[in-house]
Design a protein around this ligand. Structure first.
Ligand SMILES: [Zn+2]
Length: 80
C-alpha cells in the first residue's frame, strides 16, 4: 500500500516540476528586434528603434498583438 502512495507522490512531483518548468520557459519576444527598417512600412527606423514612428508601432501592435496572444495561449508561434 505504501508503494502506491510513494508512486503517487513521485508522479505528483514530476507533474509539478514539469508544470513549473513550462511556466518558466521564456516567452518569445512579442515585438521584433530593431533591424534598421520599420517592420510595418519598411521605411528606415531610427537606430535602436524597431519602428519608424509611433503610428507604425500602434498599427503593428493592433494587427499582431491579438495573434501573438492567441499563439502564446495555444503554444504555437507566428511569424512577424
Ligand atoms: Zn513605419
Amino acid at each position: 500500500m505504501t508503494d502506491q502512495f510513494d508512486r503517487a507522490s513521485d508522479i505528483e512531483q514530476a507533474q509539478r516540476s514539469a508544470a513549473i518548468a513550462a511556466a518558466r520557459k521564456p516567452v518569445p519576444r512579442a515585438t521584433p528586434a530593431p533591424s534598421g527598417n520599420c517592420p510595418w512600412c519598411d521605411d528606415p527606423a531610427p537606430v535602436g528603434s524597431t519602428f519608424c514612428g509611433a503610428e507604425c508601432a500602434k498599427d503593428w501592435q493592433d494587427n499582431y498583438a491579438p495573434r501573438q496572444r492567441a499563439a502564446q495561449i495555444t503554444g504555437q508561434q507566428i511569424r512577424n
